[in-house]
Design a protein around this ligand. Sequence first.
Ligand code: ZN
Length: 349
Amino acid sequence: MTALPPHTPIKVFDGHNDLLCKLWMRGDKGAQAFLNPSAPNSPSITSQNAKEGGLKAGLFAVFVPNEVALKNTRKSAQKDATEGATLAALDMIDIAHNLDCAHRDKFRICRTIDEIDRAVAEQTLACILHLEGAEPINSSLDHLALFYDQGVRSIGPLWSRPNDFGEGVPLAFPGSPDQGGGLSDAGKALVAGCDEMGIMLDVSHLNEAGFWDMARLSSQPLTATHSNAYALCRSPRNLTDQQLAAIKQSGGMVGACFASAYLREDGQRNPDTEIDLILRHLDYLISHLGEAHVGLGSDFDGAVLPKTLNDCTGLPHLIAAMHDYGFGANLINQLCYGNWHKRMTTLLD
Ligand code: ZN
């Protein structure tokens, strides 16, 4: 493992984690596992290890697991499935609101860039709520305003499964991102609704047809919260050079994901994965997008990560590896914090 060089700690603004889903699955409504770092099987993000690792702000995903989202596939049962997903998502958001109310010194839901800056200045973890898969919003978009009111400022219309809004990209490795059709009419309406309300749209987990629909329809810079380069890892979850060119053209950005399945040439979910692979993906993304358009999208609490990055106390090791790789201090600050901060300033000013 790389020795940590003596330099000022780097702040991290992360594009993606699944802490809220993990707490919800455990029935941990009071987020005790986040608050109490000695709890058994602590999540990767706890209040204590976020402080230790320098994690200051991030997009916190609200992800409804398959058993709820796909509970019923028959047409007549679709209403129930939407309602189940809506309730599950609201439950997860409640966990965040409970933390925000009872422990504002440790966790805060932020809706504006000023709120993010204040939280970071006051050493409390800044959370921007993100819906990963729009199942909780029904196809007539009745619940879009509800989730906005709850603080959601970012939505990935699809996870890797079909829903009312499109098809989503399968996960099977190796595979092309170009599988299946594009956004449905409801998906196109959702894009328009998010553009109008100032909700960021996430292209991670979209298949290519959905991605190109988004590129054509949305007025926003194309943003992938947690994806890597397809040229280095042939997972359908990763972005091709053509997709990266479109993201660059739109002025968008990509958060490099630490999930081993999207890093490794063999696509394995394997904790014995060198964090240098993250550097290779970052380097590749920078060469295609430019230094101002690449960030981090950890997938903490949502995937198998390299064991050095098993939780956010590993972040300083990644930063040390960036130094060793030859990234300068300014670039490291941009990758770890500045670029996501700038994207959120554009969105939430
Ligand atoms: Zn994901």
